[in-house]
Ligand binder design. Sequence first.
Ligand code: SF4
Length: 264
Amino acid sequence: MKICGFEKFSMVDWEGKVVCTVFCAGCNFRCPFCHNASLALSSAPGIPESEVFDYLEKRKGLVDGVCVSGGEPTLSPDLKDFIARIKALGYSVKLDTNGTNPSVVKDLVDKGLVDYVAIDVKNSPSKYPMTTGVASSQLDKVLETIKFVKESGVGHEFRTTIIKEFHTDSDMDFIAKIVDGAEGYYLQKYIDNDNCIKHGYTPVPKEEAERWLAKFGNVKRPHCEDINPNEKTVKRDRLFFARVSLIGRELMPLLFIPVLLFDF
Ligand code: SF4
């Protein structure tokens, strides 16, 4: 599988879990706001699978799971084998997808190879092409994947990156209907960076995002990325405490050495 990124430690990619995240190359969408352009366009240098599996072997019991993200992972023909190898090491797996390959998602869920699925719901039907940057945005397939995941019993969440130029009240009404009754829904803040496909869009103000989030009352866990100006500080602090936590978990086995050696 072509892997273009490997984040060895994350506390934010899967709520409540310490995970590694694997970024697969290539995507069938070209969302203008995509902040992983080098992944979507497969232009980032590849990483050997062995690097990922060597790390996972060493971190057994210290990391809870692996997020398989992209790009769009379901485009990789060897995704199933790759995930099966991760599962065989005892890790939980989260799949991030844009939902355009329902048969791949169904197969992985039916075979018990994924524990959690996160699907992007980009916009209302008439705006799907502009939001995904492709004329054939396959909304019918996305809706099929969403319906399947909601009914399958697998852990799941849906998410939308909200942007002033793309989303309105009525778009959010449509999305709220689609994700009605879901386990989780996440409003993601748009952030412009050097790795975006296009630049210069406008983030939705916090007050408006919070008002939109209120439309998702029938979702068990609706949440909205913190849009306050101190977000960087919040993220940095969260990362610091997460690192301390991981170091603690790495050192924990050493505490048991005296117990093993001296039998007390
Ligand atoms: S944001 Fe869009 S273009 Fe980027 S990886 Fe996700 S689906 Fe593909």
